[in-house]
Design a protein around this ligand. Sequence first.
Ligand SMILES: Nc1nc2c(c(=O)[nH]1)N=C([C@H](O)[C@@H](O)CO)CN2
Length: 123
Amino acid sequence: MEDSLQLEVHDLEVQVLTGIYSEETHLPQPLRISLTVDMVCPKRFAPDTPLSASKNYLDLKNAATTALPPGVHFTLIEGVADHICETLFLQDARVLRVMVKIVKLAIAEADEAIGVTLVRHRR
Ligand SMILES: Nc1nc2c(c(=O)[nH]1)N=C([C@H](O)[C@@H](O)CO)CN2
């Protein structure tokens, strides 16, 4: 079995301009975004191993929040997910795979979670 390192951030609530229908095209709406990022895994993390040996998990939070372009309307939430993947691949060559799960909160009628999960591998 190969070793692995996954960085994770779950359940970020982010306001994003997205949607297909006319009633959605003017106002940002809440999305719940979760990320799992597969990294190149070093041989060992010692007690004094610095952060530079891994990736700051706050980079994942920033990719799903502040790095989303303000004022850009994403027709599909898949487009939001792809923007997040591209941000993380461009930031760090050690990022091997990104999984982004997005739930569109405004369309839930009860407690259901409706959305997408996009997985991209570094090409
Ligand atoms: N695969 C997707 N399906 C749908 C999306 C989407 O972003 N990806 N969006 C919508 C509408 O915007 C809907 O959420 C509005 O009620 C429908 N299907």
